[in-house]
Design a protein around this ligand. Sequence first.
Ligand code: PLP
Length: 450
Amino acid sequence: MNRAATLARQDVRYQLHAYTNAVQHQGIGPCIMDRGHGIHVYDTGGKEYIEGMSGLWSVAVGFSEPRLAQVAYEQMQRLPFYHTFSHKSNVPSIELAEKLIGLTGGRMAQAFFTNSGSEANDTIVKMVWYYNNALGRPDKKKIIARQRGYHGVTVASASLTGLAGNHRSFDLPLPRILHTRCPHWYREGLPGETEAAFAERLAAELEALILAEGPETVAAFIGEPVMGAGGVVVPPEAYWPKMQAVCRKYDVLVIADEVITGFGRTGRMFASELYGIEPDFMTLSKQLTSSYQPLAAVLMNERVASVITRHSGELGTFGHGYTASGHPVAAAVALENIRIIEERGLVDNAAAAGAVLQRRLRELGDHPLVGEVRGVGLIAAVELVADKAGRAPFDPPGRAGAQVVRRAQDNGLILRGIQDSVAFCPPLIITEAQVETLADRFARSLEEEA
Ligand code: PLP
């Protein structure tokens, strides 16, 4: 048996895979990636793929950045680990916290580090509760998230996530977490309703929910500026300003989960800038280190930070933290990664290469299988439908998307099927010529399916 076949057998035998049908996996087996170069990855058989999803929406600088390997090596030699508990600190975590606050133009005041986006959102849930306890509002604890939103998989963050698959058989969501409508006009808009009217209706629905629950019980609203794992949903222009105004009216904190959209994905450093969101909390991860190291950050503004600081003094401690909070190797990699994003103008490249991606995908809009093409910058989705005129989805859902994604993989392009939407999220280093190749491979895969 060759090495690839042996590895495949061992993978099926010994590893339970994330987001995988474990029974099917025994038959299908893994596609094992062995190395990367630029926007490409290579499997153990040597086949080359364009990684059209940046791994998991995350590898901004591509799969072979030597500067990140070098700083990780140097930091491991100098101080491989030090924590941030009990007044201790380390140099990279301090520099990274300062850098992140600077990138927000000072709109945020402090950072708290975790290992993953899920833990960061879990931390925010606890901070929101802590904040309201500090203010003497023990009943103001409910958090409103959105259907199809994705915020992770810990008990609290999976509860925030608005996808049935993350709740089913896990006894979730937790009480005190509610979901409001997804801002997907194509699917949720009423016949004849404009995008502006749709945004207005969603804000009214949010307000009605807050009033029904009692504003004295609603603490926060969380959303991704552009939804990712729920199918790449770009909200109507008026959506965020209107939702934010409702939150402010009832003293509801706003949490912008920028785990996917942060660090240039939409053509702006943060998508909050694009939509005029002024969050009380921001969640960052993924492109923070280009996922070369596990790391996430919670950013909080002065309003929140000052209350948390004061309350920790009253209680004697801020009783929360992970062994690896502010891990020096991860923080050093993040700093170098951000330097690369800035030096190479990757945010501007996301806007320029993104314009090519959006144009090329929209050219497929007339295809009989294509219901909607949506996206901004270097994130996009093509939604496949059974009936174009009636927008009818496939029954059962997901098969057409999975088939096109499989054909794309055969054609040397990794994409992701989310039900029958095919998602695109290539590395920020992608050139315009490489976007053309990516789009050609996708168009061919779609043709083969038609
Ligand atoms: N928030 C968003 C918007 C995400 O897309 C993800 C992961 O895809 C998470 C949170 C969870 O991050 P992690 O998988 O690192 O726990």
